[in-house]
Design a protein around this ligand. Structure first.
Ligand SMILES: Nc1ncnc2c1ncn2[C@@H]1O[C@H](COP(=O)(O)OP(=O)(O)OP(=O)(O)O)[C@@H](O)[C@H]1O
Length: 258
């Protein structure tokens, strides 16, 4: 079953701009873990935003679980797609508990419904998974960038959607918490979630993803399993820099050295 379908999608943010996505076609099957990679400005975040239904495309078609994300209604969409953005900073200074509870809003009868025990349990469980339980009563703004990142991740875990979009989920994290988030992502993948994540760290993508999509200038240049697609030649074509690719003797996964 195809969970995410982009058919010949073109997009620009405004009419003065050249195309940011240029005739992009991508079909993501249920349960795939897709890593979006490419240089700064290649269109990774834009592609995630389009899938999340944040912008209408200029041309082409977008479907999430068979539906147009712009037409199914925000509440229904929020039960299908969770999106951890790169820069999640709420305007008001909510507590961590309130932030993670907002992930439960799609399940509330009305906006003013009181939270159920199930919601509160989901919040605690999500915070536990990202090692952020101790922050539950803290103000979100008072946390470090990496701590905020983990809370934003917990919010999406509480939202419990079949499709998860992540924009650089390990950016700003110390090595210990990178490992933790990698474990959370591996677990979500094992649970059968469909994951599409933008990464700059090729090694993390190589380790976690079942499929790598390399983008450049709004186009998909290479698409395939990491072991086939992460080569010195493709990396040089994408990043205009020389790399060495070796095999991790422990995991058998490819590692990029630069
Ligand atoms: N809100 C916006 N308005 C206008 N142009 C934008 C906007 N957001 C992004 N762009 C432009 O669209 C292009 C693609 O940006 P995008 O953020 O999708 O790239 P990216 O691959 O995610 O980059 P990075 O690795 O730096 O996060 C860039 O040229 C960027 O300047």
């Amino acid at each position: 079953m195809v969970d995410v379908a982009l058919k010949s999608v073109s997009f620009r943010y405004n009419s003065k701009q050249s195309l940011v996505l240029n005739g992009t076609t991508l079909f993501v099957e249920h349960g795939e873990f897709v890593g979006l990679l490419g240089p700064n400005g290649s269109g990774k975040t834009t592609m995630l935003r389009i899938i999340a239904g944040l912008f209408p495309v200029s041309d082409g078609e977008v479907k999430v679980c068979g539906m147009n994300p712009l037409k199914i209604g925000r509440k229904k969409l929020a039960k299908i797609v969770g999106f951890v953005t790169q820069d999640f900073i709420p305007i008001y200074d909510y507590t961590v508990k309130q932030i993670v509870l907002s992930g439960r809003l799609p399940y509330a009868k009305t906006f003013f419904s009181t939270w159920t025990d199930k919601d509160l349990e989901a919040v605690k469980e999500a915070l536990r998974k990202v090692d952020a339980e101790r922050f539950i009563e803290r103000s979100f703004h008072s946390l470090s960038t990496g701590e905020q990142k983990r809370v934003a991740m917990a919010r999406i875990l509480a939202q419990n959607t079949p499709v998860i979009l992540l924009d650089e989920p390990t950016a700003h994290l110390d090595p210990g918490h990178v490992v933790e988030i990698k474990n959370v992502l591996a677990h979500l993948h094992k649970e059968g979630k469909t994951i599409i994540a933008a990464f700059h760290d090729v090694n993390i993508a190589s380790e976690l993803c079942t499929r790598i999509v390399f983008m450049k200038s709004g186009k998909i240049l290479f698409d395939g399993p990491p072991e086939k697609i992460i080569t010195e030649k493709t990396l040089e074509l994408i990043y205009d820099t020389k790399f060495h690719v070796i095999k991790n003797p422990e995991t058998g996964k490819l590692i990029v050295v630069y």
